[in-house]
Design a binder for this molecule. Structure first.
Ligand code: CAA
Length: 386
C-alpha cells in the first residue's frame, strides 16, 4: 500500500525570550505557579522586525533544505495571527522562498486546529497526486496582553513540514476522531490585537473535546490506549497536556508514565504557546529528544483549536527517521537566543506599525534569514539578510 506522510519537519522561533521567573517576580506572583502550575519556563518574544511571515519563512527554509522547491505544488499556511484580511500570508512566504508560480497558496484558519487541518487536507491531496509535494506551515504569535492571566502562556513559533509519498519521518493512519462545537472559550475579533479568553472554561473544553475525539477515533480504529507508544498533544502550556494525558489514561483505566509525553514537551517549555505550530513542534521535540529508536512505533496526536474543533489521529514513525531530523539546528537555535528583561519584553509587546500609510523603517534586531524591514503605503516590506 502506498504511504503518505511527513518527509521533512522543522521549526523556528524568535531569537529572544523572557524567563518566566522574571515575569512572575515583576507581576508579584509566586514563580512556582508558572513553572510548576503551568509547567512553563521560558517564553519566546518577538522583536519589532519579526512577524508571522518571517517566522513562517524561516521555518520553511529549513524544512525545504535538500528538497527541490519546484516540487512543492501546494502551500497551506495555518495561522490565527494573520496579517491581512484578504491576502494569504503564504504569498509573502512563497515570494521569499522563491517557490514555483505553479504552486497553489492558501491560508487556513480555525484557531490552533488549523495546522492539523493543513496536515489532513495536504495528505488527501498527496493521495490523489502522489508525484507532488505539499508544504504545510503553521505560524503564530500568542498574545493575551500584559498583566492578564494568559500572559505567562504567550509565546511564538512556526513549524513547517513537507508532505509527500516519500515520508521519511511519519506516516498517518486513516482514522480521525473529530469534535466540533460552538463554544466561546477563546477568540480574537478583527479589531483586537490580543485574544479574548475564558481561561478556565477553555481548559475544561480542551479536555471534553479530547474525550469526544478519542471515543470517535477508538470506535473507528478499534485501537486501545496502550496501542499508542507515545502521545503528542496541542501545547498551550505543558501542564494542560499533562492533564490531558492523565485524563485519557484514566478514561481507559490505565496508569500514565511520563515517558509517553515528556519528550514532546522539551521545546515548547522553552518557547511557550505557538498555537497552530505547537503540535508539530511537539512532534519534532519527541523525535529529536528520544534516544531510543521509535521506528514503527505508533504516536497518538491530539489537536485542539478553541471555538472549537479538535481531532485525535495517529501516525507511525518511519524506519531511518533519525537521519532526517534537524536536531542540531533546532537545539542551536534555542540555545543561542538572547534573554530579554521586562523592559524590552514590554516594549516589543507594545510596538505597533503605523496604520496611516506612512513610511516606517524598522531597525534590525536579531532574526533569522528573513526579517520585516518596514511598512510603506500600508504594504509590509520584507528583506532577506545577506
Ligand atoms: N505553586 C504551584 N502551583 C500553583 C501555584 C503555586 N504557588 N499557584 C497556582 N498554582 C497552580 C494552580 O493550582 C493551577 O493548577 P491546577 O489547574 O492544576 O489546579 C495552575 O497553577 C494555574 O493556576 P490558576 O488556574 O489559578 O491560573 P490562572 O487562572 O491565573 O490562569 C490559565 C491559568 C487559565 C491557563 C491562563 O493562563 C489562561 O487563560 N491562559 C490562556 C488560555 C489557555 O491557554 N487555555 C488552554 C486551553 S485552550 C487551548 O488550548 C487553545 C490555545 O492554545 C489558547
Amino acid at each position: 500500500m502506498k504511504k503518505y506522510g511527513i518527509e521533512s519537519l522543522s521549526f523556528y522561533t524568535s531569537r529572544y525570550y523572557l524567563d518566566l521567573i522574571e515575569l512572575a517576580v515583576a507581576r508579584g506572583i509566586d514563580p512556582d505557579k508558572y513553572t510548576t502550575g503551568l509547567g512553563q519556563h521560558l517564553m519566546a518574544v518577538v522583536p519589532p522586525d519579526e512577524d508571522v511571515v518571517t517566522l513562517a519563512a524561516n521555518s520553511a527554509k529549513s524544512a525545504l533544505a535538500g528538497i527541490d522547491p519546484n516540487e512543492i505544488s501546494m502551500m497551506l499556511v495555518a495561522t490565527e495571527s494573520g496579517i491581512d484580511q484578504s491576502k494569504a500570508l503564504g504569498i509573502w512566504v512563497h515570494n521569499l522562498l522563491g517557490l514555483s508560480p505553479q504552486c497553489r497558496v492558501v491560508e487556513l484558519k480555525q484557531a490552533c486546529y488549523a495546522g492539523c487541518a493543513g496536515l489532513q487536507l495536504g495528505l488527501s491531496y498527496i493521495s490523489q497526486n502522489p508525484h507532488k509535494k505539499v508544504l504545510v506551515i503553521a505560524t503564530d504569535i500568542a498574545r493575551y496582553g500584559l498583566h492578564t492571566p494568559g500572559e505567562p502562556t504567550q509565546g511564538c513559533g512556526a513549524a513547517s513540514f513537507v508532505l509527500s509519498a516519500n515520508p521519511k519521518l511519519v506516516t498517518f493512519e486513516p482514522e480521525q476522531g473529530i469534535f466540533t462545537s460552538h463554544v466561546m472559550d477563546f477568540w480574537r475579533p478583527n479589531y483586537s490585537d490580543t485574544a479574548f479568553v475564558d481561561g478556565k472554561f477553555s481548559t475544561k473544553i480542551y479536555l471534553e473535546a479530547l474525550e469526544q475525539c478519542w471515543k470517535s477515533y477508538q470506535e473507528q480504529s478499534g485501537r486501545k490506549f496502550e496501542d499508542h507508544y507515545r502521545f503528542c498533544y496541542h501545547l498551550p502550556f505543558i501542564r494542560m497536556a499533562q492533564k490531558a494525558h492523565e485524563r485519557l489514561a484514566r478514561l481507559n483505566g490505565k496508569e500514565t508514565t511520563p515517558d509517553a509525553v515528556e519528550n514532546s514537551f522539551i521545546y515548547s517549555r522553552q518557547l511557550g504557546n505557538s498555537y497552530t505550530a505547537s503540535l508539530f513542534i511537539g512532534l519534532a521535540s519527541l523525535l529529536e529528544n528520544t534516544q531510543e529508536d521509535l521506528s514503527q512505533k505508533r504516536v497518538g496526536f491530539f489537536s485542539y483549536g478553541s471555538g472549537c474543533v479538535a481531532e485525535f489521529f495517529s501516525g507511525i514513525i518511519q524506519p531511518g527517521y533519525k537521519e532526517h531530523l534537524k536536531t542540531d539546528y533546532h537545539r542551536a537555535m534555542l540555545e543561542s537566543r538572547t534573554r530579554t528583561g521586562m523592559a524590552d519584553y514590554e516594549s516589543f509587546f507594545t510596538h505597533k506599525l503605523p496604520q496611516d500609510g506612512s513610511h516606517y523603517v524598522i531597525s534590525p534586531y536579531n532574526t533569522g534569514l528573513y526579517r520585516l524591514s518596514g511598512i510603506k503605503n500600508h504594504e509590509r516590506l520584507y528583506e532577506t539578510k545577506p
